[in-house]
Ligand binder design. Sequence first.
Ligand code: TXA
Ligand code: MG
Length: 304
Amino acid sequence: METRVLPYSDDAVAEAAGLILAGQPVAVPTETVYGLAADATNGEAVARIYEAKGRPSFNPTIVHVPDLDAARAIGEFSAAALALATAHWPGPLTLVVPLRSDAPIASIATAGLATVGIRVPAHPAMQALLRAVGRPLAAPSANASGTISPTRADHVIKSLGGRIPLIIDGGRTAAGIESTIVAATGGPLRLLRPGPIEIDAEPASEGKIEAPGQLASHYAPVKPLRLNADDAEADEFLIGFGTVAGNANLSPEGNLIEAAARLFDLLHQADAAPQPRIAAATVPETGVGAAINDRLRRAAAPRP
Ligand code: TXA
Ligand code: MG
């Protein structure tokens, strides 16, 4: 794929919006770092972010919206969350809040969690793109997995050139580091990632046991999961792939982008099914299949 670089302009934004509405990811500057933006309401579009980044695991992505009203259509804002949003948006602050049950966000964007990270960016290019697309944009930093975050268009070219169709070049980003992330999911505010905005909140401690009001960083089904299943035992809900039909199928055609887009929906469906156990068919390790398998293996690992 040829990667085009267009200087930030109305035409560049219109072109980027067209690609995003067609399900493609596009690199765009924000005031922190360049983001790789895709339609957050389209699971396959979000899966293509993972494919382009070569990221071997799923992480919830930040959902970008143009203003607080759009944010409140996606997340539930406590008084404390509203106060932070009002003080710092638009700007380099991400708020993790409970996901509204009627939010049109693809489950792969939140990695199946019941919370969502939302940000209203200030950069005019990202603002213009959000308004041109008219949908929330999932956007992690626009770099290949395991490399540092890009602050210039040529950093994005070096990292993702040939893997994405378009980069909007808005010059060097102002902050140069990723947004501050604060969780407002009940209980005291917690700082999940320090960043350009200083916030008076408890640092979140990793690896703690999940308790009400605490934050799950990864979704996994509650039921035991068996991997590489060719067919289901009597007490299993089988998540199929390709010719292994299953009770529900990640992708009957064996398409990994489609499978990634459906993974978290099917895990939730399996958890809600009458069968007490889950089995999953083999998924190839190629492309975004690596991230699918990473999540399935974590879900299958014994938990304390
Ligand atoms: O400045 C930024 O935040 C940039 C620009 C592009 O907006 N984006 C960015 O995205 O840094 P990313 O994907 O590289 O980092 C997102 C972080 C991840 O560490 C992820 O775990 C966390 O946000 N995150 C997102 N949603 C979350 C959620 N529901 N719960 C916990 N953590 C969440
Ligand atoms: Mg990143």
